[in-house]
Write a protein of this length. Structure first.
Length: 195
């Protein structure tokens, strides 16, 4: 089965965001990462992960508790942050290239608690006047639900444990790390189901 036929011509793309709080309208995005899903020998495999540090959008809130939780230092000299618009424009080009490669009509966001990431992404698209997102506007594939089905677990670390996927809690809450691990979970569960 070709990748385009697995999910109704949707290309699964894992997305993880680190944010300045829980409100997609009021709180800023601080990091975004995508992990591409590739296909090899009729199996889904984890592709490239691309991450951008984001300059908090002007007027949006970054809560102190969020920075303590994510361990993001907005003033770190090596944190080369770019605007939301530049980050999304770059990532959407990469996604559209992968979408064309696999002859998919749209991308579908895959995430752990995917509606959280989707809500922040949709708000960022709106406030930056980006005309067309490659993602379906409301449908997502959530590894929380897949994890509950496949392992009886919903917490990412526990799902990984049940699937024998390495999980390093010290690396967690970095968009790139979480995106890659979520992609491993997604591929593992879908491949097991297919076989």
């Amino acid at each position: 089965m070709k990748l385009k036929d697995r999910f109704r011509k949707y290309l699964p793309v894992v997305v993880d965001l680190e944010t300045g709080g829980f409100d997609p309208i009021k709180n800023a995005i601080l990091e975004i990462a995508i992990t591409l899903i590739e296909e090899q020998n009729n199996q889904l495999i984890v592709g490239d992960t691309i991450r951008h540090h984001i300059e908090p959008f002007d007027g949006l809130i970054v809560e102190k508790e969020s920075l303590e939780f994510t361990k993001i230092n907005l003033n770190h000299p090596l944190r080369t942050a770019i605007t939301e618009k530049d980050a999304l424009t770059d990532l959407f080009k990469i996604i559209n290239k992968a979408r064309a490669k696999y002859e998919c009509s749209r991308a579908i966001l895959v995430g752990h608690n995917a509606h959280f990431d989707s809500s922040f992404l949709n708000e960022a698209v709106k406030r930056n006047n980006i005309k067309r997102s490659p993602f379906h506007p409301f449908s997502v594939l959530d590894t929380v639900s897949l994890g509950a089905l496949a392992t009886n677990q919903t917490v990412l670390a526990r799902v990984c444990d049940e699937l024998n996927i390495d999980y390093d809690s010290k690396e967690a809450h970095s968009a790139a790390y979480d995106s890659t691990v979520t992609a491993e979970v997604f591929c593992s569960i879908v491949n097991r189901y297919q076989s």
